[in-house]
Design a protein around this ligand. Structure first.
Ligand code: HPA
Length: 246
């Protein structure tokens, strides 16, 4: 039984090293997930893989059907999720190409479907979300990154999740830094909270693909992003392969 899933983000629509055994498109009460779930083996372990933005990367962060994706993974028996996400670096240690394993989240998103506990006939439920990431999974990723040659690791961080799809203003990043955010991305929420609502252990592998707005005192060169994303995602693949092999 496959109980671990990887959700791939921008630049990670397929997993290097994954031997595919089957694909399954799951129907959910929330509509269609981003893509079929791919089942296979990675580093000798059975894993499932889902491309958050779809196989052809056409679904922007604010339009991802997070409820359908997490519901689908839960319905096939997934108990642990490693979520990969491209992020901007706010803290000086979060340099381009580094891998950040955040320990906290601040949610700045708006108007996203963000809960399975939406009232109606069901009783009101509030989950504890004090520590949004599963510590065991986080440690596995940290150990995996430490044993991957050439990886710059930041073993904790606060992931500020913005609505997008535009990047932030420099002032927004100053505000986020003052709030304590060390990285910024657009997909960390509601994904983490939905996983928590269904009792799925969840951790994030953040891949820094640019310095956040204003950090370098110049505009973000968006034309350079695809190449930076491709290079940085190779690091994420290395870490995942090592993490699952360990
Ligand atoms: N901001 C928000 N999301 C991102 C960024 C960023 O700078 N880089 C990659 N995803």
């Amino acid at each position: 039984m496959t109980t671990l899933a990887i959700i791939g983000g921008t630049g990670l629509t397929r997993m290097d090293g994954l031997t595919v055994t089957r694909r399954e498109m799951v129907k959910t009460p929330y509509g269609a997930p981003s893509c079929p779930i791919v089942f296979g083996e990675l580093g000798g372990r059975e894993v499932a893989f889902m491309a958050r933005h779809g196989v052809t990367h056409r679904i922007p962060p604010h339009r991802v059907n997070y409820c359908a994706n997490i519901w689908a993974l839960n319905s096939v028996g997934i108990e642990q999720i490693i979520a990969v996400g491209a992020v901007g670096g706010i803290h000086k240690d979060c340099t381009v190409g580094s891998i950040v394993i955040p320990h906290q989240i601040i949610d700045y998103t708006s108007a996203r479907e963000n809960t399975f506990f939406d009232g109606g006939d069901d009783p009101v439920e509030h989950i504890d979300f004090s520590y949004p990431y599963n510590e065991q999974l986080r440690q596995a990723l940290i150990d995996g990154a430490k044993s991957s040659p050439g990886i710059t690791l930041v073993d904790s961080g606060v992931y500020g999740v913005t609505q997008g799809p535009r990047l932030e203003t420099a002032a927004e990043i100053v505000r986020m830094a003052n709030d304590g955010c060390t990285i910024v991305g657009m997909t960390g929420m509601p994904e983490a909270a939905l996983a928590a609502e269904l009792g799925i252990a969840y951790a994030c592998c953040g891949v820094v693909v640019n310095a956040a707005a204003g950090i370098d005192n110049k505009p973000i060169d968006t034309t350079a992003l695809p190449a930076a994303i491709q290079a940085a995602m190779k690091n994420a693949c290395k870490v995942l392969n090592t993490t699952l092999r360990d």
